[in-house]
Design a protein around this ligand. Structure first.
Ligand code: PDD
Length: 282
């Protein structure tokens, strides 16, 4: 079965799927994106992803290439054509193709690319043992709340973390507070049992998984405090974890080589992971 990708109105074989060299996404990273999970062939939390996509487009004064009603039809078709039952759909919208110039082009149609592929998620071992994170300075621009494709600081941090033997990088701002991961949101269960995570402001990407997990945590009766925590607080925390579309809720058991809590996934993290998995199944 050939892999099919959507590019500007056409469903084409993946190896032929291409945008023009003067696409502004290619030349300027003048583009936004979304990654939506597919579970049981269905698109998970689609409305929340579409809300965030609209916010990203609005923040950059970028036009939507198709209406909010049509986009889900394209996504569902790409999922179906590729027979993805568990995996991801990637949506990218750029400001379109125009001769290279910093000014926004007038009357240029935005480009839309949609692709899908199967993804397994973290291994059983990663869930059972938890993963390591390594801290890095947060070197991103001041609007990471916009889901824009310019991800170089994220890539550099994540690659560095990998080379340091960690699964994810936790980005630390100039005040010494953890903002989030390079591609995930960051949480701890503090010494007093409260769940802490950076507030959803302009210095983090407001994760769809983050907001759903916070709702589950409140429903569970946990004290949820949306305030940034320091690396020292993470090191003395009872538990820590990451959230994101691909990994859902993933326990963190080491920060910068030091053990967090008892060094194994904590009960609150595992409970939230189970509840979130249940939510996905629904
Ligand atoms: N990453 N923070 C950052 C910087 C991210 O890039 C992501 C998502 C998240 C988690 O958001 P969500 O729960 O909505 O997936 C947090 C996507 C998956 C990516 O770039 O591949």
């Amino acid at each position: 079965m050939p892999r099919i990708t959507y590019v500007n109105g056409a469903y084409v074989p993946h190896h032929e799927a291409a945008v023009h060299v003067e696409d502004r996404g290619h030349q300027f990273a003048d583009a936004v994106y979304e990654v939506v999970a597919v579970a049981g062939g269905r698109l998970c939390h689609l409305d929340q992803h579409l809300d965030r996509l609209e916010r990203s487009l609005g923040a950059l004064s970028m036009a939507a290439p198709v209406s909010r009603r049509v986009l889900p039809v394209i996504l569902a078709r790409v999922v179906k054509l590729n027979r993805v039952t568990h995996g991801l759909v990637y949506v990218q919208i750029s400001r379109g193709v125009a001769p290279r110039n910093h000014f926004f082009p007038a009357d240029t149609a935005p480009s839309l690319v949609v692709s899908a592929w199967p993804v397994k998620g973290p291994s059983a071992e990663q869930v059972e043992k938890g993963v390591a994170v390594a801290t890095r300075p947060d070197q991103r621009w001041k609007r990471p709340d916009i889901k824009a494709v310019g991800l170089l600081p994220n890539l550099l941090a994540r690659q560095w973390a990998k080379e340091a033997g960690a699964y994810e990088a936790w980005l630390v701002n100039d005040g010494g507070f953890v903002t989030e991961g390079s591609a995930t949101n960051a949480f701890i269960i503090a010494k007093d049992g409260a769940l802490l995570t950076h507030p959803d402001d302009s210095s983090i990407l407001g994760g769809v998984t983050r907001s759903n997990v916070l709702r589950l945590a409140r429903h569970l009766g946990l004290e949820v405090v949306e305030r940034a925590f320091t690396v020292a607080e993470a090191l003395s925390a009872r538990e820590a974890f990451l959230t994101g579309t691909t990994l859902m809720v993933l326990p963190v058991t080491r920060v910068d080589g030091q053990t967090v809590g008892e060094g194994r996934p904590g009960p609150v993290t595992l409970k939230l992971r189970a509840l979130y998995q249940e939510l996905r199944r629904k």
